[in-house]
Structure formats: structure tokens, C-alpha cells
Design a protein around this ligand. Structure first.
Ligand code: EPZ
Length: 436
């Protein structure tokens, strides 16, 4: 099993190019099931979750042609779902268990074929993460759903889903995506209220529009979808990854330095920009050749101020940056309070940060962090993707050597994080084999 060995104490300087967004790419790949024509997606990050999603589509009968970029950070995929439907329309447990986002094939399959069999995703390290809202919405659209031997067995009597006026009980990124995709081919006009407004949903909606879907209210909490008979192929470039960008901003905030992020969308990370500015970092936005750029500066020796953070759906502070910002706040002077309101078990990085020397306490869904705490390198173990990123950030600050184990979590969602950090001067090495 690979691990990362980090020697901390070096400020980061240079440029990092942000890759395509994993969480935008995943639903976009699922959306390719909605048409028999080829959908070509560019800027897919070269990470394990994307490979898994493409394999889910292949298991369903899709043809997928992949082309990797030279640096190995991104790929394009031409997906043809023409032959889907000839087989069993089943997304198997072996693939789904490794990635919950596989449930996103359910809406498109039901919308186009009127039936689907998708393994229920199992447990998750960050919370219970049920899919009840996905299933309830599809049932309201006319699907008959039963759970049999661990699979969601769904069919649409009559063959075509029907439009609904639906208000989500709570904001859910995945449920919004699944119902949005289903509604594109449903009969009539669907209203999705209390919909998530994460940028990844806007990206999916724009892909669907390019495929011929009629959608209004994009980037708002009410999506109006006029169902059409069929969708067609198109080309689409996935948006830049705001969580990857935010992770590098946190790395510089914690370790110090001066880094420019290329191909970032500043509005997508506005809540983090505001927070980091309030801690004392300097952030500057400008237009570059490759799209907007974001520069972050924090000189070594410059103190950070403690600040409070509450995670909530977009545009508030994202849960997917909570762990990374906790690593930053271990270095801020004073008491910071982090409230996690999205997932009930997303503080597992806190114990590992404590092993590095962080001074913090967890009380239910609240973390109280006293800083600045001197961190000292040791071996730490990650439990999920963003927790792993937080441990890297702490390792960049810690004196001596930090070994981050179980980095397969990182490889699920960050394209070449070790190589990108090396590019800005971090002393970080990937070591193969021999794990704890
Ligand atoms: C997406 O997960 C992201 N994943 C997550 O990113 C992210 O943390 C999360 O949204 C919140 O922003 C992808 O986009 C692939 P939700 P998702 O449905 O869609 C509850 C990362 O690190 N809920 O918005 O699964 C749920 O338990 C990851 O990249 C229900 O109760 O999240 C949670 O408390 C991890 N019933 C809340 O809603 C449901 O049917 C929000 O979850 C669905 C969700």
C-alpha cells in the first residue's frame, strides 16, 4: 500500500493548475446514459473514482474511449450508451460498494429504459448517507421500487417517468442530480424545489442542456425541467474542481508561501476565500490565459487569526473543505470553532491531527481548536478523502517527517496531489508498499 512521506517546514511557491472537478464529472458521466449518441467529456480528473464510474458504465454496456493528457492529471472520455439496455441494466455491487456516486445511474436508466437494478451503496466513513430522497423522488415520478438482495430494483409501469412538483426535505446534491437527470426525459414539466445549488449541479445542468434538455432556473434552488422525448450527444468540458483548489489554498495558508492557482473559479470557493482573508492571508483574483487565476500569499512568520466556521450547503462553507481548514486553524492564534452540519461523523481527522500535536476538542458536531500548536511529524492514517488532504496539510507544517498512510483515499479524488505539491516546492514523496 502506498504512503506519502512529507518533510514539513517549507513554504510553497509557484503555480498549480487545478484539474476538472471529480464531483461534477461523476454525474456528467452518468448523464451519458440518457442518450444513444456519443457524449464526450473533457477535463475529467485522472482519479480512481472517475475510473470506477467509467467502469460502472462499461458494466452497463457502454463503450468508453479514454484519452489521457500528457501530464496524466486529466482525461477525456467518449461515452456511447447505444448498446445499454441489451443486457440486464444492472450496476453491480462490486463497483457500487467502492463508490456511492454510482447511485447516480439510477435516474438516467429509469428515464431512458424504464427499469434499472442498482446495488445499494453500503456504509460510509463520514456518515450514514442514506439514499432515501433519491428513491422517494423517483417513486413520485412513477417508478416502482423495491430493495431485493441489496439491490434497488426499479421499474416504471408504462415505461415513461412522469413530471412532478417536488420539494426536497433537505438539500441534497446527489438527490438533486438524480432527479434532474430523470426529469429531462419525463413526461411533462418537473419542478424541483429546495434543490442544491452546488456548482457541480450547474455544470450537470449545462451538459444536459447541450444534450437537448429544456431546463430553467440553473444555479437557483428551483429547477424547472420540461421533459423531452430524447436527448442527443455533445461535447462538454467539466468545470474546475473547487475542492481541489480549496485544498491547495489551505496548504499555502498553513505552510506559508505564495502560490497562483490556474484555472480556478473564484466564485466557487468564495466562502473559503472570505475565511482565509479573515485569518490574515492575502488573496488576489485576476484573469489569466487559461481562465481566472487566484493568488494566495502568506509570508512565513505572519500570524494567522483564529476564526469560526460552520459548514452548510453552497454557497456557505463546504463540508468537503472542513478537514483541510481544521488543519489550517491549528496554526491560528486563538480559539476557532468548527461546526459540521452536513455529515454526522466527519471529524475523524481530528484524532490524527491531535497525534501530530494539534490542540483540539470534539463535542458532538463541534470542534474547538486552540492555536497555534506546534506540530511534530509522526505516522498518521487517513479515513476518507478530505481527511487525507488535511493530514498532508498538517504534514507540510509539522517539523520533521510525517507519514500519511492509506493514501488510496487520496487517489480517489486528487489528481497527482503529491506531484502538484512537489511543483511548488513541498518535500513530499510517494513510497510504494510496506504499510502499517
Ligand atoms: C455530495 O455527496 C458529494 N459527493 C460529497 O463529496 C459532498 O460531501 C456532499 O455532496 C455534500 O456537499 C459527490 O458529489 C459525488 P448529499 P452526496 O446528498 O450527494 C443527507 C467528497 O469528499 N441525505 O448532498 O452524497 C446526507 O446523509 C464527497 O468529495 C439524506 O438524508 O451528499 C447528508 O447528511 C464526500 N438522504 C446530506 O443529506 C438522501 O437521500 C447531504 O448529502 C440523500 C442525502
Amino acid at each position: 500500500m502506498d504512503r506519502l512521506v512529507i518533510t514539513g517546514g517549507t513554504a510553497l511557491r509557484g503555480r498549480i493548475r487545478v484539474s476538472g472537478a471529480k464531483n461534477a464529472a461523476l454525474p456528467c458521466i452518468a448523464a451519458a446514459l440518457l442518450t444513444e449518441e456519443t457524449v464526450t467529456l473533457r477535463n475529467l480528473p485522472a482519479v480512481a473514482d472517475i475510473r470506477t464510474m467509467l467502469r460502472v458504465l462499461e458494466a452497463l454496456g457502454c463503450g468508453v474511449e479514454r484519452v489521457a493528457d500528457e501530464a496524466g492529471f486529466e482525461l477525456s472520455a467518449a461515452i456511447s450508451a447505444q448498446a445499454v439496455g441489451d443486457g440486464g441494466l444492472q450496476a453491480p455491487y462490486d463497483l457500487v460498494k467502492t463508490m456511492r456516486a454510482s447511485i447516480l445511474v439510477l435516474g438516467p436508466l429509469l428515464a431512458r429504459f424504464g427499469r434499472a437494478s442498482v446495488s445499494l451503496p453500503g456504509g460510509c466513513a463520514i456518515g450514514a448517507r442514506p439514499v432515501n430522497m433519491h428513491l422517494e423522488g423517483l417513486e413520485r415520478m412513477g417508478a416502482a421500487i423495491l430493495i431485493d438482495k441489496g439491490y434497488v430494483e426499479a421499474s416504471v409501469p408504462g415505461g415513461r417517468l412522469k413530471a412532478i412538483d417536488h420539494t426536497f426535505d433537505k438539500v441534497s446534491v446527489g438527490a438533486t442530480e438524480n432527479l434532474l437527470m430523470a426529469a429531462t426525459l419525463a413526461e411533462g414539466t418537473t419542478h424541483l424545489r429546495n434543490a442544491a445549488v452546488e456548482p457541480e449541479i450547474g455544470d450537470l445542468a449545462r451538459l444536459l442542456q447541450a444534450m437537448g434538455a429544456a431546463i430553467e432556473g440553473i444555479d437557483t434552488g428551483t429547477l424547472v425541467v420540461h421533459g423531452v422525448e430524447r436527448l442527443h450527444g455533445c461535447e462538454h468540458a467539466v468545470i474546475a474542481d473547487r475542492i481541489e483548489a480549496g485544498t491547495y489554498l489551505c496548504a499555502v495558508a498553513a505552510a506559508g508561501g505564495d502560490v497562483v492557482l490556474d484555472r480556478v473559479r473564484p466564485d466557487d470557493v468564495r466562502a473559503l476565500i472570505d475565511l482565509l482573508e479573515r485569518t490574515g492571508c492575502v488573496l488576489t483574483e485576476r484573469m489569466g490565459q487559461d481562465g481566472p487565476q487566484l493568488r494566495i500569499q502568506r509570508e512565513l512568520g505572519q500570524k494567522l487569526r483564529a476564526k469560526d466556521v460552520t459548514t452548510a450547503p453552497h454557497p456557505a462553507f463546504p463540508t468537503d473543505l472542513q478537514a483541510q481548514v481544521m488543519a489550517v486553524l491549528t496554526q491560528a492564534s486563538g480559539i476557532s470553532v468548527i461546526k459540521e452540519t452536513i455529515f454526522e461523523n466527519r471529524f475523524q481527522h481530528a484524532m490524527e491531527l491531535e497525534r501530530l500535536g494539534a490542540n483540539l476538542r470534539i463535542d458532538g458536531s463541534t470542534a474547538i481548536i486552540a492555536g497555534p500548536a506546534p506540530l511534530t511529524g509522526c505516522t498518521v492514517m487517513a479515513t476518507d478523502l478530505r481527511a487525507s488532504a488535511a493530514l498532508i496539510i498538517a504534514g507540510l507544517v509539522a517539523s520533521g517527517e510525517t507519514t500519511v498512510d492509506r493514501i488510496y483515499h487520496l487517489d480517489r479524488g486528487y489528481a497527482g496531489i503529491d506531484r502538484k505539491l512537489q511543483g511548488v516546492g513541498a518535500r513530499i514523496e510517494r513510497v510504494s508498499g510496506g504499510s502499517v
